[in-house]
Structure formats: C-alpha cells, structure tokens
Design a protein around this ligand. Structure first.
Ligand SMILES: Cc1ncc(COP(=O)(O)O)c(C=O)c1O
Length: 432
C-alpha cells in the first residue's frame, strides 16, 4: 500500500532512535495521518484574512455564526459554541485535561507524555485505539470480567479477537493469569486492556498488584514483545479503600520500558458525571519518547478522529472547560465522590451485618467505581435477575453468571433493600 507522504513522515518519526512504536501500529494505524495540508491546513492559513472563503460553516454578514434562534434559546452559551472544534480537540481543554491528569496523578509531575487528543467519549477513544493498533485477527488480552461493549468495538469493528484470562484469584487480581495470557502465542505484538476501576466488578488493583502488573509487562517487553497497554480509566478517581491504587497505571507504564506503549483512555463521562456530553481523551507515553514521537501519535489519533467523526462536540468541550476553570469544581467533585463513597460504605455495612447472605450469594471483590457484583449460589444468575424483576421490582444486570449491581444509580436509603431483595429472590428460587 502506498502511504501518503504525511503518513510516511509520521512513521519515520515513530521509528526514529530505534523505537518500535511503528511496529505496534495496525495497517490502518500506519497509513493514517492528520491531513494538515488539505482543507484544514488551507483554512488555517486563511485565518484573519479580509475575505475568508475557506471554511464549511455558515456565517452572518457580520461574521458571527449563522444560527437558528429556536436552537440558541435553549442554551446559555455564546454563538461560537455552534462552531466546529478542531479534530485534535479544543486546545484549551486538552491542556486543562493534561493539567488535571497530573494533579490527580502526582507522580506524573515532570514526566513526558503526549497532549491528550479529544475523542467523542471513551467508547470512541477505545475504538480509535482499535483503529490504530488492531488488525483483523489480532488478539486483545482482557480479564474475563469485562465491559461487554469491548466486543462490538474490538471484534465487530476491527475483526480482532478478545482473549480472556481469569480476573480474580484469592480475593484479588489474578496477575499470574495475565502473565500466562501474555506468554501465549509466542513473541510478538501484545495488545492488552486494563480497566480500573472495573466495569462490571468495581475492582481496582491494589498498590501491590499494580506494581506486579507493571513487572509482568516489563518482563513481557524484555522478552522481545511489543506491548500496547490500553488503560480504560473511565471510572478514574472513584476509589474507596486504602491500599488501592489512586493513580492510573499510566503513571507506572509510561516510562517502564521502550517497548511498552501506554495509552490512557479517559474522560469526563463518569468522572465528571456528563454521560451524554460525549467527550473523552487519548493520551500516549512510552520510555524514551521524543516530543516528535509523541506529536506523531497525537497526529495519528487526530487523523483517525478526523476520518471517523471529524471532531467531538464543541459545545460539550466548552461547557467542560468552563467547569474546569471554575473555583468550585474540585470541591463539587469531592461532594459527589462522597455520595458514592457513602453508598459503598453502606453496602459494606449491609454485607457485614447480614452473615446469612452468604448462604445465597458471594460478593465479588470490589473497592471502587460505580458497580459491584454478586455470585448467586446454587441458582442461575439469569433466573435471579428475572425473579428480581418479576417479584421484587428490582432491576440488575446478569453477566457471566454474576449479577451486577450499579450502586451508583440506587438511592442510598434503598441499598439495604436491594441486597435483601437479592437474598430473598435467591432463597425463593432455591425453594422452588
Ligand atoms: C469500562 C467502561 N469503559 C468505557 C465506557 C464508555 O464510556 P463513554 O460513555 O464515555 O463512551 C464505559 C461505559 O459504561 C465503561 O463502563
């Protein structure tokens, strides 16, 4: 395949200094580039000219965006918010997000990593990672309790295959199973995804486990593997126990080894409670990365965004940016964290004060996020789900033999009832 010279230029940056990042890219990833010389480049060059007939937006005779008052009336936003954002994302929100990632992950201070590229939220960021790193039949190594949408993104969209390994062992993350999964199929490119806090389990690796996971990935790289570590940090920041990693694994992986590329996929969807805004970020880091190499990865990501959705919603980016610049923002986040942490504490108390629940179900390890899972004993989880719906007016999700309980969505006062309902539904099924 003949590559565009702009793609060739990015690829040559990526393979400079003996770096193996280019080998980690998919064929699509190798071919993609940001079309800086096309309409966007020419439009940029025309900025500020007396007559600018370049851009595909409609302007009034006074140069302001041409908008419909019936649309504008619902918004307390300037007309400028109707315009496109750049494919890389609004530059100010990119910088604000990077500054926040460093504030929330203090060990990143002084470390070199890319500017975040804006996506249309995390699903899209994950999909863009698939675009850049996965060819048909490539494997994506994921613990077996995973968010089911990875299947549509990685398998249906890119033809990759999800290869699972055991998630939990002895009440914690099964790091050995991860290592075994990486050791399968010989030496080569290894794409893996880690999601902490996890959907569905609500589990985040402990400090000890995070160290071990890093060691496992470094060992894999030392053997000659090219490791792409996709970090789905959707629920970042919602950790409720001591000894559990408060920082993203990105902090450990971005300078762990030259053949480990850390790709942080995160965003405000769950962290800032803006599910429908559709803004997310993709950030890259690897040991020894030069500024040109980080920029080349940003350009590949922005090119993929450009060819896919063109750009993420400007209005959402502007609303979020205003929030990030508000003095109350950090405090407000603490208040919402406290709401979820209280629910977590009440669940722990409920479980502790009802030893009889262990006849009916076993809670899976959880310490963070929006969810927790229980494993029904002696009855089918799907039957419990249906029983809860039909006779207890209670909705849950059945997934891989577990019931996922989204405590993020249940009023605090109803949590004891939720567990009581699960308990009685299981007993009722057992006695049938
Ligand atoms: C683990 C995980 N990753 C990503 C997402 C998708 O987030 P977004 O709504 O930002 O696309 C979700 C949403 O449920 C999730 O649970």
């Amino acid at each position: 395949m003949n590559l565009n010279p702009l793609a060739e230029a990015l690829n040559s940056d990526l393979s400079a200094n003996g770096s193996s990042i280019l080998q980690m890219l998919s064929e699509k990833g190798k071919a993609i580039f940001f079309p800086s010389k096309g309409i966007l480049g020419q439009g940029g060059e025309a900025k500020g000219k007396e007559i600018n007939a370049t851009i595909g937006t409609a302007l009034e005779d006074d140069g302001s965006p041409l908008v419909l008052p019936s649309v504008l009336k619902s918004l307390n936003m300037p007309k400028q918010s109707f315009l496109y954002a750049p494919s890389y994302g609004n530059p100010d929100i990119r910088d604000a997000w990077k500054a926040q990632v460093i504030r929330k992950n203090p060990s990143l201070e002084g470390k070199s990593f890319s500017r975040p590229v804006v996506t249309a939220a995390l699903t899209h960021a994950i999909s863009m990672a698939g675009y850049l790193f996965l060819d048909p039949n490539d494997k994506v190594i994921i613990p077996d309790l995973y968010w089911d949408n990875y299947e549509l993104v990685f398998e249906n969209a890119y033809g990759a295959k999800i290869q699972t390994y055991n998630t939990f062992k002895n009440g914690g993350f099964d790091v050995e199973a991860l290592e075994e999964a990486l050791n399968k199929d010989g030496i080569g490119k290894k794409v893996l995804l880690l999601n902490f806090p996890n959907n569905p389990t609500g589990y985040t690796a402990t400090e000890e486990e995070a160290k071990k996971i890093t060691e496992v990935l470094v060992r894999a790289a030392e053997k000659g593997n090219k490791v792409v570590a996709l970090l789905d940090d959707a629920y970042f920041g919602l950790v409720y126990e001591d000894g559990v990693t408060r920082e993203s694994l990105f902090t450990k992986l971005l300078d762990a080894h030259k053949d480990i590329l850390a790709v942080k996929l995160d965003g405000p969807t769950k962290e800032d409670y803006v599910w429908g805004f559709r803004v997310g970020f993709m950030t890259f880091g690897f040991k020894g990365a030069t500024p040109e190499q980080l920029k080349a990865l940003e350009s590949k990501a922005a090119g993929a965004v450009r060819g896919n959705i063109s750009n993420a919603p400007n209005i959402s980016q502007l609303i979020l940016l205003a929030a990030y610049n508000s003095p109350e923002y950090v405090k407000e986040k603490e208040e919402k964290y406290a709401v979820l942490k209280k629910r977590y504490d009440i669940i722990q108390e409920t479980l502790a004060s009802h030893p009889e629940y262990s006849e009916a179900f076993e809670p899976m390890p959880f310490n963070s996020g929006y969810f927790m899972c229980v494993k029904p004993k002696g009855v089918d989880a799907e039957a419990v789900r249906v029983e809860l719906l039909q006779n207890y007016s209670t909705g849950t999700i059945m997934l891989k033999g577990l019931l996922r309980l989204a405590f993020s969505a249940v009023p605090t006062a109803k949590l004891p009832q939720l567990f009581d309902n699960v308990y009685h539904a299981i007993l009722a099924l057992k006695s049938k």
